[in-house]
Ligand binder design. Sequence first.
Ligand code: AMP
Length: 640
Amino acid sequence: MQTPQATGAHYAEFYRRSIEDRDAFWREQAQLIDWHTPFTTVCEYGKPPFANWFVGGTTNLCHNAVDRHLATRAGQNALVFVSTETDEERVYSFRELHAEVQRMAAALKTLGVKKGDRVLVYMPMIPEAAFAMLACARIGALHSVVFGGFASVSLASRIDDADPVVIVSADAGSRGGKVVPYKPLLDEAIRLSSHKPAKVLMVDRGLVAFERVAGRDEDWASLRQRHLDEPVPCEWVEATHPSYTLYTSGTTGRPKGVQRDTGGYAVALAASMKHIFCGRAGETYFSTSDIGWVVGHSYIVYGPLIAGMATIMYEGLPIRPDAAIWWSLVEKYKVTVMFSAPTAVRVLKKHDPAALTRHDLSSLRTLFLAGEPLDEPTARWIADALKKPIIDNYWQTETGWPILTLCNGIEPQRAKFGSPGRAVFGYDVKLIDEATGQELTGANQKGVLAIEGPLPPGCMQTVWRDDARFVETYWKTIPGRMVYSTFDWGIRDEEGYYFILGRTDDVINVAGHRLGTREIEESIASHPNVAEVAVVGVADTLKGQVAMAFAVLKDGAKAATPELALKHEGEIMKLVDEQLGAVARPARVRFVTVLPKTRSGKLLRRAIQAVCEQRDPGDLTTIEDPSALQQIVKLVSPAA
Ligand code: AMP
């Protein structure tokens, strides 16, 4: 039999229904998960931009990820933990995962956590982190996972905003064979924050000794022992009940708590596992991200488990002990779907491609990449090395699942280098002229990538405890119309494929990690000798972008010689490391006597960025002091 030629028409019809016959479409998708009480309304959108999905229904994320699989696959792998840092490998079946999650849920309840309370998770990539997330979902508490690479000041601001009853943490993580203690950073963060959690639940991996605060710090191993066989039933929550908050950076220095619901999220993930990732129950999914990021939430923990797949949690580097490590896991656990980031591929690219195929990769169907632009050389290199289809997907912490990609589960579609693909079902994607607010309907026109409300299921409900900020930040940036702005520029070709052209705001993307330049600036400005600073993202062949800082010292003479400048650069980097974490550390700090600003005092970040990337800085008619940019030109010129 001949395979029909994929024209895209079948997907186009699927997509059209998701927008034009929205409720019927999502009612069908909702059958992919278990409901305790059926919903009565698919989408309530009476108060735009606030969308309520599956109103009247009750369900539970943990039930859908774990319990519902017990009847058919209790003995199958659910969670595979591999650490090349501590040489551990632990495999949990669905039955075992169910038991561990109940123990964690019982422990959290004993520590006073109730439905609606927040639990902050500050953990390395160990199974207990997933247990904690699932346990929260089980009892209707909200988790707020903070990436383990963030340091005390970043953590403190998140503690204050999330207001957690309990913090779950561990003695240490490990990176490249080096132990990274967590507890001192956590203690310092709690000291800095005005909100003090009642309890800290510590997972002691035995990596490093740590101090315990009497009356506050509890030990996971002993609590686990006390609750070994305690059943903790799933709390049936409203579909609209928030499941978690996850902080992300924007234009201002204060991170936003992205709040997600329960029912819509479960349905969206189940639909994405089927139609985008094409993962099947009983198979293994391997996402190389970290639980501290949205990919870790959606596609290490919830998505694969909801689909009845085993999920791999990997602690370690992609090239240690060698560049074959990930691929040896593909062979060993018969991974069918893999998800990583272009940065990781660029790291692998420095190694012999033969390392990737030393192992049997026959189980692997597709490698998905996301989180940052996928450049053509990187895409070609990995496609050639693996001889497998590579699929780019574009989305954000805010959306929780892909906005643009190829939904090959509906119909195999041709990939185009440089494009993540077409609009995903449910997303009414538009390109908008920033100045006029008009929709750009023609091909190859550049505009702001926006989404017409309601956002589909699974996307953010609001900014945690700040509805006004949700509306102001995302829905009011384009003149004359209320659409959700992604803050990315894009174009669409005549076949409906989108190309992402970079952020419209001051967010930068370092190795797939989203950082606000203002956050870094605020940290640097807290240095006693820094009068003013500008941070910009500069193109980098390995990390996509790196942060570069230009600082004005209070006493310019302090950076008068190269030695003094180096000393100050070192101090500033250390300060950022201590406050925000090494992820936010600028790659370079350079000193100037004045920063380029407009006459009204606005920093000309785009001009600085252009100069750093050896591009034309554009229109400079509003610049107050042209010599300011000249200083930067001199500092970054290849001869400097
Ligand atoms: P995050 O919220 O950390 O996932 O970051 C989201 C941002 O990362 C987006 O707004 C884009 O700027 C960028 N991004 C994510 N995925 C892609 C992709 N596939 N191609 C280009 N940019 C991407």
